[in-house]
Ligand binder design. Sequence first.
Ligand code: COA
Length: 251
Amino acid sequence: MIKTHLDQQILSIVIDRPEKKNALVQSMYKDIAIAIETAQEKGAKVILMTGANNCFTSGNDVADFIRNDSQGEINDTYRFMVALLNCQLPVVAKVEGLAIGIGTTMLLHCDFVLANIDTKFAMPFINLGLVPEYASSYIIPRTAGYLKANELLLLGETFDVNMAKECGIINNSFDAESLDAEVTTLIAKLKAKPLEALVASKTLIRNQLHGVQKHIDDELKVFARAMQSDAAIEAFEAFMQKRPINTDIYK
Ligand code: COA
């Protein structure tokens, strides 16, 4: 479900579960984490994250939310979060189709994000009775301002590449015909840079976000509590039963 391929110093990590729109289960987070953790020692200089079948990811597998206790969720997802957060190599995300939930929030920790013009983004945690994760409630207000952050995180609606660009989530968007070429050109530019300076520069840029790791930990505690809430349980059941959420239960 996670395919990796190292070629000419480019480590491609492909989220490959097309029958579920590349929804992420625990073993997939673990596999991505291991790929990132071992990238440098294997000789990679740039990491490319993509999804199979022209779809990035529909986010965390909702059935997996139900299957796992909150501790398990946090442990495997957490390893992936920390691996990406601490990754010293430049990470490029090629985003197409859907970037939902953690599919959007992981982009905040990539270094370059190029998207297909038709990509749909969403951080719908609020609609599932959940709260933001992966420091999105820390980073988005800083990159987009509080008002836009409120739109994205308190309404949880789907948004397009224009909004994603305005909020500092993507670098740029391209039509399907030119996206691959743009990604290739960008990676060639990165590969042509001196590795040591590249790594040191990324570290300096990311070090400005001193509070991110602490914020991720704080958020996860709230997230774990929210996972047990009536609103979350109802939202998960509604998704599984392919029916609308019964909002009458909301206070
Ligand atoms: N978790 C588990 N299964 C998912 C999934 C997810 N996040 N996203 C999609 N799937 C499954 C669907 O249940 C469906 O499975 P089935 O064929 O066995 O019924 C299959 O993937 C195809 O999805 P479908 O809903 O038919 O595709 P769509 O293009 O009509 O809609 C989405 C795509 C992403 C809008 C919709 O599937 C969705 O809302 N998914 C949930 C997103 C979500 O809440 N993510 C978690 C955020 S925290």
